[in-house]
Write a protein that binds this ligand. Sequence first.
Ligand SMILES: O=C(O)C1=C[C@@H](OP(=O)(O)O)[C@@H](O)[C@H](O)C1
Ligand SMILES: C=C(OP(=O)(O)O)C(=O)O
Length: 428
Amino acid sequence: METLTLKPIRTVKGEVTLPGSKSLSNRILLLAALAKGETTITNLLDSDDVRHMLTALQALGVSYQLSGDKRTCVLKGLGGAFSSAEAQTLFLGNAGTAVRPLTAALAMSEGTFTITGEPRMYERPIGDLIDALRQLGADISYKQDEGFPPLEIQGKPLAGGEVSIKGNISSQYLTALLMVAPLFSGDTRIRVDGELVSKPYIDITLDTMAKFGVAVTNNQYQSFDIKGGQTYLSPGEIMVEGDASSASYFLAAAAIGKGPVRVHGTGSASIQGDARFAEVLEQMGAKVTYSDMWIEVEGTGKLSGVDVDLNHIPDAAMTIATTALFAKGPTRIRNIYNWRVKETDRLSAMATELRKVGATVEEGDDYIVIEPPAEIRSAAIDTYNDHRMAMCFSLASFGAADIVINDPKCTSKTFPTYFDEFARISKA
Ligand SMILES: O=C(O)C1=C[C@@H](OP(=O)(O)O)[C@@H](O)[C@H](O)C1
Ligand SMILES: C=C(OP(=O)(O)O)C(=O)O
């Protein structure tokens, strides 16, 4: 296994141009494929999750041209659902933003489709989405375990109607249903059954749909009304915002290690919920400045532990867990049950690895409490094939000890060049 040794660093300073948002890249690619007209997508993310979406779209008959740096994509839309005379097997890695929306899109496309992925994807639930699609008449079966991929889909046009969907495990199920509902022949009312987690991701979905010409009536996130028989229309050109989750590591580094660090590509005008991550750093004691499309953080030398509900920013919330190593007093992060069903069981992984560097950690069913150690201990950090575990633990190198990151290349899921960027702004 490859490892990366991070030598102790004292400060970070500089500017970072963020790679494109994973959430926006995969939504825009799918809607551009379903839309009428040609779309030029700029600042597309070049990473594993986006590559899986691109490869799947190509197999489904969508033609596009990628620039040499893979960050510009000119894509010819189909002007409606997919259709495939031959049975297709699509391998989608561990990309939730590809598996969930494509499952919904293929359920209402003509053809026979099999969705496969990495072993971890077969442990990540999808039953709530399948239950909702079946209410609408979709024909989907589980090839292994009930409620999990791999899936077999006998696609066919769907008529829409009334449907309820659970939102307490992942917002991606609702996102998937919302994105395909305009293509149903009739109108659809989606009712959210119980709690809805990760709510800001629904705003990303609705905003992206609006950019492709489709309006949804949002009844306070409890139900959504979508007119049937619509066609998405290409906006012509569309730029992907910088990834606000990826920004969190640099901003937290500035809060710990003085800074200032300015990230470009996300800011107060951003549609991504994770742009609000900096508010938590501010609450911990850092100084934060925003423009529409950049965020700058400066450390004040005083970080305090916080007690926060971070259900709205589950990905960036992980960055608070390692920032907490450098705060005074304990940090409690609450309402994060779904960390357990992401790239790994992140509550368990985070607790285990934080203890290795000396923290005292309480792992609850849906929360974590981190008491910082007097001194960070040198450790080899296991990353569980989870890009965010690797990126979060780069922050542990602000202690006085070497930190070894096992399998650092797992950042390729969303940020292949992360450790180069982190080294570029770091000073011993
Ligand atoms: O819709 C999206 O783009 C995402 C939604 C979130 O998932 P959940 O809704 O499962 O929390 C987030 O963790 C994931 O990285 C991306
Ligand atoms: C949960 C994540 O990914 P996915 O889109 O696969 O759910 C993530 O990027 O942290």
